[in-house]
Ligand binder design. Structure first.
Ligand code: HPA
Length: 274
């Protein structure tokens, strides 16, 4: 696997910086059904991925493919409306390309969101879960020659999700009377949903929720020294199956849509405080 030259990331970063109207410190990746946070961004500059040098386009229903830069509350942010998934056939280097672009743009904090299946049997559809740790079951995006411009060969993953931001979010949610779960996210390649035995298997391994994204971006962000906060919307329950139950992508997106408003409020407040 050829290493992507730093210049490619730099050209994309320079292009984005030339288009936007402020210097964002925080970037947000909006997962399935959660793209409506972007509607709250004022003075928005919308940049389709297709216009950015070296970017690939997102193809999944429920995912748009735009960078949106503008103000969320009083802060300039850079939002990704739609991300790249490994199951779409992109390489891990493509999936995580935007993260290194963000790094070169001066981004210090990354907020990631996703739709996830609940494994923990206390989690219900519509619950929001702070990601306190992850289990990576996908190919590691840092495999291959290390790009020393971004970080070390063997990056630490002891605390991938910033402890201070987790504590802050717990305070924010308590103040807004929004109940939050906290747990471990396991990232799988998908695209098939898990069998009942697979949900149970990952639960025994310590996972509370399961999804097909986020972990690659978090690994590459931590490699580059970006602070990370993550939140999952529980869109389905992988611990009890009625005889006629089927996992369905449209239901997952609908459940994520319903939670988007609350998550947007929480993210907006967190961003105002970091
Ligand atoms: N499994 C994997 N990914 C998911 C799920 C799930 O149950 N729900 C939403 N994304």
């Amino acid at each position: 696997m050829e290493m992507i030259p730093t210049m490619h990331y730099q050209e994309a970063a320079d292009y984005l910086l030339s288009r936007i109207n402020g210097q964002p410190e925080t970037a947000i990746i909006l997962g399935s059904g959660l793209g409506s946070l972007a509607d709250r961004i004022s003075e928005a500059v919308v940049i389709p991925y297709g216009e950015i040098p070296h970017f690939v386009k997102s193809t999944v229903p429920g995912h748009k493919g735009n960078f949106i830069c503008g103000k969320l509350g009083e802060r300039y942010v850079l939002a990704m409306q739609g991300r790249f998934h490994y199951y779409e056939g992109y390489t891990m280097k493509q999936v995580t390309f935007p993260i290194r672009v963000m790094k070169l743009m001066g981004i210090k904090n990354l907020l990631v969101s996703n739709a996830a299946g609940g494994i923990n049997n206390t989690f219900k559809v519509g619950d929001l879960m702070i990601i306190r740790d992850h289990i990576n079951m996908m190919p590691n995006p840092l495999i291959g020659q290390n790009n020393e411009d971004f970080g070390p060969r063997f990056p630490d993953m002891t605390r991938p999700y910033d402890r201070q931001y987790i504590a802050l979010m717990e305070e924010i949610a308590a103040g807004m009377h929004i109940p939050l779960k906290k747990g471990v996210y396991v990232g799988l390649t998908g695209p098939s949903y898990e069998t009942p035995s697979e949900y149970a298997f990952y639960g025994k391994g310590g996972a509370d929720a399961v999804g097909m994204s986020t972990v690659p971006e978090v690994i590459v962000a931590r490699h580059a020294g970006i602070n990370v906060f993550g939140m999952s919307v529980i869109t389905n329950e992988g611990y009890h199956f009625a005889d006629d139950f089927v996992n369905d992508g449209a239901d997952v997106i609908a459940a994520a849509n319903r939670a988007a408003e609350v998550m947007t409020s929480l993210f907006t407040k967190l961003i105002s405080m970091i």
